[in-house]
Design a binder for this molecule. Structure first.
Ligand SMILES: Cc1cc2nc3c(=O)[nH]c(=O)nc-3n(C[C@H](O)[C@H](O)[C@H](O)COP(=O)(O)OP(=O)(O)OC[C@H]3O[C@@H](n4cnc5c(N)ncnc54)[C@H](O)[C@@H]3O)c2cc1C
Length: 494
């Protein structure tokens, strides 16, 4: 490494880490080392590239970290991609941003520069939208190719859901990333290339030209075990095989469960909890104490006809507003991750806000992964879910649902007041949107720097102060883009 350059280590080459590595290495004043525990993206097989096979990832076929989360009733398995591209390699490909008020709330909480007017520009700059030309909402020059699912790509359940919801009077929405069109029934935008293959952030950002930069080193199979802190400064990292690397700056992008785990193992976290584990406390901060996620009940349906009829990759989606105006839940059919068995699908109703009272703690042994408790529902959660249940009951009566010939696998009167509570008791699902375990505001400042320490930042889903009202992958891209910009501005003095 060139000593005149600032050496930056990025821990975790996932969704956010890949973006950061590409953007930071654009600056010649940086020498960037990206450390990823999993394999490179040239090892992706079809189960990752083919969106129709995404459910195989959820069974753990590609490399994933599976972390059980407790919710009081039992365990919800939670996976994260453990490879270059991270969870963008195994997620549902939905490319949503959340709502303007989410980000305006961040700014109102004192985080200057994170309001909608600022972040929408970053969302636009990250995408190349193939359906809409450049506008106040969309961009055509970014690395991420975005388009919406097409009708011919939908399985029977998806089509029946879209048509049935329109039939019972729900508004058809052409662009669900346009908040002014919501609530309504639409299809997910997705990040796929012209051949229909998944594009992970590593494939989009770490292109051959970027990888050829002499100031960028990408190391896969490199697990960071500890961050070294000297006084009030982070000075380097220790790998699982004992190798030590020094750095001027470290950015942790190991994901919402593993970033807090690494920080706590390194002495940054709640003092009482670290003391219980005999870990020297460098910085007493509420790491891992405010986890959010989108949760909801999954209701199983069986339908007539061939199983493959539900298995198209495309997703239709109803975005609902329980008070009629303010969007607060998603309702959509999901084909289950099964290769044989009954012809089933699941209707999931996900609440888009979270109590933020989930937790990530350390396991008993130093090599153990994080111990995760999902957030309980917000106080008004059941009341808000009822609106989704009422609309699902209306959809069941549509001619499109009748043509699908579907019936609930377990009888549940969706119009009953206690239906959401019963459904949650039977089967609670996570949307996989864990966030806010090292949030800006209480663990990080508005530049994503760990409070009270020099040379250490967090720039992934952990950093979100509150969970956005949408899927979270694009929010991680946005955070990484903005943190890279801030770091470049800092060295150039602008
Ligand atoms: C099943 C599922 C479906 C989802 N579907 C969608 C969707 O359709 N749309 C959407 O927007 N969001 C979706 N999400 C959520 C979204 O994908 C995540 O919020 C986002 O990708 C997280 O990005 P990240 O950068 O925070 O972490 P990740 O992408 O998980 O990256 C973390 C990286 O760090 C690496 N790492 C961890 N620990 C270490 C270590 N100690 N040393 C070195 N490397 C390490 C990991 O291997 C990984 O590559 C889904 C999530 C799940 C689980």
């Amino acid at each position: 490494m060139d000593n005149a350059r600032k050496h930056i280590i990025i821990v975790g080459g996932g969704t956010a880490g890949s973006v950061l590595a590409a953007r930071l290495s654009e600056a010649h004043s940086f020498a960037v080392t990206l450390l990823e525990v999993g394999p490179d993206d040239d090892s992706y097989d079809n189960a990752i590239l083919d969106p129709a096979r995404a459910p195989e990832a959820w069974l753990g076929a590609p490399p994933v970290a599976m972390t059980p989360m407790t919710n009081g009733n039992g365990f919800i398995p939670m996976l994260q991609g453990r490879m270059l591209g991270g969870t963008s390699a195994v997620n549902g490909l939905a490319t949503l941003r959340g709502l303007p008020e989410d980000y305006d709330g961040w700014e109102a909480a004192g985080l200057a520069g994170w309001g909608w007017a600022d972040v929408v520009e970053t969302f636009k700059a990250a995408e190349h939208d193939h359906d809409f030309s450049a506008s106040h909402l969309h961009g055509n020059d970014g690395p991420l190719p975005v388009r919406r699912w097409r009708r011919e790509e939908m399985g029977r359940a998806q089509t029946a859901f879209f048509d049935g919801m329109a039939e019972v009077g729900e508004k058809a929405v052409s662009d669900i990333n346009d908040p002014s069109q919501l609530p309504g029934i639409g299809v997910f935008p997705v990040t796929i290339d012209q051949d229909g293959n998944r594009v992970t952030t590593s494939r989009a950002y770490l292109t051959p030209d970027v990888r050829a930069r002499e100031n960028l080193t990408i190391r896969t199979g490199a697990e960071v075990r500890r961050i070294h802190i000297d006084g009030q400064r982070a000075t380097g990292v220790e790998l699982a095989d004992g190798e030590e690397l020094t750095a001027d700056d470290i950015v942790v992008t190991a994901g919402a469960l593993w970033t807090p785990n690494l920080l706590m193992r390194s002495g940054i976290g709640p003092a009482g909890h670290l003391n219980e584990h005999g870990i020297h406390v460098h910085q007493d901060l509420p790491v891992g104490q405010t986890m959010s996620d989108h949760l909801g009940p999954g209701i199983r349906y069986q339908h007539e006809g061939p199983r493959g009829g539900t298995a198209g990759p495309a997703q239709s989606l109803y975005i609902g507003a329980s008070d009629g105006t303010n969007v607060d839940y998603h309702l959509f059919p999901i084909a289950p991750p099964l290769t044989d068995g009954p012809t089933e699908f699941m209707m999931a109703v996900f609440l888009l806000r979270s109590s933020g009272m989930g937790a990530v703690k350390l396991g008993a042994q130093p090599q153990d992964g994080p111990v995760v408790t999902v957030p309980p529902l917000p106080e008004d959660g059941l009341a808000r879910l009822r609106d989704g249940f009422r609309r699902l009951a209306a959809w069941e009566k549509s001619s499109a649902a009748a043509a699908l010939g579907c019936k609930p696998a377990e009888p549940l009167d969706l119009t009953l007041a206690d239906a959401p509570a019963i459904a949650l008791e039977r089967f609670t699902v996570s949307y996989g949107h864990m966030t806010s375990t090292c949030p800006m505001g209480s663990v990080l400042d508005a530049n994503c720097r760990v409070l009270g320490l020099e040379g250490l930042r967090v720039a992934d889903a952990s950093a979100m102060p509150t969970i956005p009202s949408g899927n979270t992958y694009l929010g991680c891209v946005m955070i990484a883009e903005r943190v890279a910009r801030k770091m470049k501005d800092e060295v150039s003095g602008t």
